[in-house]
Design a protein around this ligand. Structure first.
Ligand code: ATP
Ligand code: ZN
Length: 293
């Protein structure tokens, strides 16, 4: 058992990327969760002022190992790195940013029909583990050349026939005369956790996850307010999912109501169009900061 003092001082240590594509969004997520951290440049670690959280700034490749070893309790890192490093850590929550795919690409001029065309080729990558698994699954033998950066130049300098690299817009591939031919993995940033958290740390993690989920849900939803003629209310309400059912308030103008509801981003434009067609007017769409259901 822990003495009350230790419990009181119990902290979670989170590892996030020191600099790079995941850094800003990781800090932003913590801020949106109401956690104040002082993010000084060149700092190795910092402490939150209003949540028992210590933040370590590390290279993303090292984060799974640090979380496995318990140097950090949790971490934010791309699923691509989690799979490549293959450490026994738990994925507690996908975070919806840092989206990219790990893909195979070949020079534009090369004819490509199926993954079988990769047989016997030399493929340059920073992801030899994921690539090897993919090749095994498809019974393909290829020569993997592991390189740590600028993979996209490998075919141009004669080092490889194909590459396996992270892609988001595809513009880097395009600029290097390559075309994406096969998606191996779709990835986004995820919160990972050590397998053996102390019960008190588990409580803190659940608190953090509760906040993260509220922020994520809010981002995927919009608050919608609209005016509806009362004779069209039934039809309009039927179009709105809402958290429970929409709020309907009478307007000062006789025969009209104000309808408030929450709409999911995915269905958003379709529903707005149907609402207009059904007679809704003055439609306002407002972002939601936190959403707890
Ligand atoms: P570090 O110095 O921490 O090792 P890095 O250079 O390995 O950084 P970044 O390029 O900053 O890594 O990418 C970090 C993560 O961002 C990737 O592992 C991936 O999960 C995600 N990501 C999203 N889009 C892209 C993209 N277009 N190219 C590369 N990574 C991307
Ligand atoms: Zn890295």
């Amino acid at each position: 058992m822990f003495s009350p003092n230790i419990v009181k001082n119990m902290k979670l240590r989170i590892a996030i990327q020191k600099s790079g594509r995941l850094h800003d969004d990781s800090i932003k997520l913590l801020k949106e969760c109401g956690i104040d951290i002082n993010n000084g440049v060149n700092k190795l670690k910092t402490e939150a002022s209003n949540f028992p959280l210590e933040v370590f700034f590390l290279r993303d490749d090292d984060i799974p190992q640090y979380v496995e070893d318990g140097v950090a309790d949790i971490g934010i890192v791309g699923e691509n790195v989690i799979l490549e490093k293959n450490r026994p850590v738990k994925i507690a929550e996908k975070l919806g940013f840092g989206k990219c795919r790990l893909s195979l690409a070949v020079p534009k001029s090369v004819e490509y029909n199926s993954v079988k065309d990769m047989d016997k080729l030399r493929i340059a990558t920073s992801y030899p583990v994921i690539l090897q698994n993919f090749l095994n699954e498809h019974n393909i033998t290829a020569e993997i050349h592991e390189i740590s950066g600028s993979v996209e130049i490998a075919p141009g300098i004669g080092l490889a026939d194909a590459i396996c690299d992270l892609v988001s817009s595809g513009s880097t591939l395009f600029m290097n005369g390559l075309k994406e031919v096969e998606v191996i993995l779709k990835s986004e940033a995820a919160l990972i956790s050590n397998d053996n958290l102390l019960p008190e740390q588990e409580v803190l993690l659940q608190k953090l996850l509760f906040r993260i989920q509220a922020v994520k849900k809010a981002k995927n939803n919009k608050y919608v307010l609209l005016n509806a003629p009362n004779d069209k209310l039934k039809e309009i309400i039927a179009l709105l999912p809402g958290m429970k059912s929409p709020t309907v308030l009478p307007l000062a103008e006789e025969g009209w109501s104000s309808v408030h509801s929450v709409l999911n981003e995915n269905a958003f434009w379709d529903i707005i169009e149907s609402l207009k067609a059904a007679g809704a007017q003055g439609i306002l769409v407002v972002p939601i900061e936190k959403m707890i259901i």
